[in-house]
Design a protein around this ligand. Structure first.
Ligand SMILES: Cc1cc2nc3c(=O)[nH]c(=O)nc-3n(C[C@H](O)[C@H](O)[C@H](O)COP(=O)(O)O)c2cc1C
Length: 321
């Protein structure tokens, strides 16, 4: 398979890990990259918080060599503040700076950032120009189909981003008002793909190797980005890679799944400390239980995890029943 690039950055494969606040932390990104993801992106980092030297935001930007190539995603609605944030983020030596123009959460879009930017095409251009002007690495933008069904403008926004210097665009084929549920519109992603020269990354509901190939064919995109379906299933990346190369996809055993769950939580504890890590792990480990016998009661048990030892105990109990 030919190599894929974003600007000058060579991707490890065509299946990329989506940025997910509260999920795609360093532990998770490392795991997915070890399992064949082509590229990963940090959780979104507030440009305003960076200007106040927020410790939490600094921590979100720590990148290790295992996860390269890795982008840092920033959000905000002021061009100069976004440019300052990009300069600040680059101290962590990311491979790419990604701009969030897709987040639907009221906390973000309510203040004019994330998906709300799609309602202000002029500002989109100003932000991308301001950020590309200060970056010596590729700048990418993650957008949605539009704000709502009455204002579908992904093609217009993508063209503006390209003209302003963006090196690639990720399109989540839903409007902001659709959040994450209704069917993804892959036709709009194809329209964006056909309207710009830079790489377009197709995003939304890719949950199997077959679906990845189907989405690539339908949209014409050489790259797909995967979020939720990778939760508890980092093997999805290598499955996609195998399938695209005409090889038989690999499916992990129960023991491998549980060992990977333990590994992920172990890394989280190492990077964030046990108290924070175990609270976050309660939500994250449930992905590993999908398809397991007694998944509902396992989810219940996960809600009570509080020490690293608890995750080892849970692993052993599942294996021995
Ligand atoms: C829990 C969660 C957190 C997310 N956080 C971000 C984020 O920080 N930045 C961003 O651009 N998108 C974020 N997204 C959107 C995902 O990157 C992706 O576009 C969306 O989940 C659709 O892809 P999927 O169907 O493969 O999950 C988030 C999604 C979820 C479910």
């Amino acid at each position: 398979m030919t190599e894929a690039f974003i600007g000058s950055v060579v991707l490890r494969s065509r299946a990329l890990l989506a940025p997910m606040a509260g999920v795609s932390d360093r532990a998770y990104r490392e795991l997915c990259m070890e399992h064949g993801a082509g590229y990963c992106v940090s959780e979104m980092v507030s440009s305003k918080a960076l200007s106040f030297q927020s410790k939490k935001s600094e921590e979100l930007m720590v990148i290790s060599d295992i996860e390269r190539p890795c982008g840092i995603q920033i959000f905000g609605d002021e061009p100069s503040c976004m440019a300052d944030a990009a300069v600040h983020a680059m101290k962590n030596k990311p491979d790419i700076i990604d701009i969030n123009m897709g987040c639907p959460a009221p906390k973000i879009s309510g203040s004019g950032s994330g998906s709300a930017l799609m309602r202000k095409p002029e500002l989109v251009g100003e932000i991308v120009r301001a950020v590309t002007a200060v970056c010596d690495i590729p700048v990418t933008v993650k957008i949605r189909k539009g704000w709502d069904d009455g204002s579908v403008n992904a093609v217009e926004i993508a063209k503006i981003c390209e003209r302003a210097g963006a090196a690639a665009i990720t399109v989540h084929g839903r409007t902001r008002m659709q959040y994450y549920k209704p069917p993804v519109d892959y036709d709009i992603i194809r329209q964006v793909r056909e309207s710009v020269q830079i790489p377009v990354i197709a995003n939304g509901d890719v949950d199997s190797a077959q679906k990845a190939k189907e989405v690539m064919e339908r949209t014409g995109c050489a790259l797909v980005m995967i979020g939720r379906a990778s939760l508890g299933n980092p093997w999805l990346f290598e499955q996609i890679n195998s399938y695209l190369s005409g090889e038989q996809p690999y499916f992990p055993t129960l023991e491998e799944k549980l060992d990977t769950m333990v590994k992920q939580v172990g890394k989280m504890v190492e990077y964030k400390g046990e108290y924070i890590a175990m609270r976050q792990a309660r939500k994250l480990v449930v992905g590993y239980f999908k398809g397991m016998k007694g998944a509902a009661s396992l989810r219940n048990e996960a809600g009570k995890l509080s020490t690293l030892d608890d995750i080892y105990k849970l692993r052993n109990r599942i294996l021995n029943t």
